[in-house]
Design a protein around this ligand. Sequence first.
Ligand code: HEC
Length: 139
Amino acid sequence: MKRSLTPTQLGRLLGVAALALASYASVLAGEAATQANGALLPRDSLDAAIFRGGLVYANYCVTCHGINADGNGRAARLHNPRPANLRASDKNNAYIALIVRRGGEALGRSPSMPPWGEELTDEQVSDVVAFVRSVNARP
Ligand code: HEC
């Protein structure tokens, strides 16, 4: 039997999906769920960059660096050295952007940290840097 959703059902479903994404990003960012309604944030605000960066992180980084950004992702044990604990990183924004773009090997570190420069746009890189900064313990 073929069943299709009514516009109302579809709207609800999309709403739930958007909410789930927003709260996922806010959990990653360690913020209250209500703060991370991305659609309501001004595009050029830091909060918006962190929100978008959380989505980049969830797509490209979480399997290794983990849901808490502490280096304990599901694939972490496959790598030696282990993925870095990004909460405890002592690196500045420029370094983080560099290793994200060029990967570990280009910086004399482990090739297990892949280069993302071909994959991510400049905005995605700066957003994910903002996200990493937001979960990082250092100012
Ligand atoms: C396939 C696993 C893997 C993925 C996916 C991955 N990383 Fe990594 N990452 C690593 C490993 C392993 C290291 C540690 C390299 C070393 O110590 O030589 C690392 C190191 C880093 C560092 C250096 C931190 C420090 O304090 O020195 C940063 C920043 C980083 N990763 C960010 C990211 C971001 C952002 C993403 C997503 C765009 C990402 N990584 C995706 C494995 C991964």
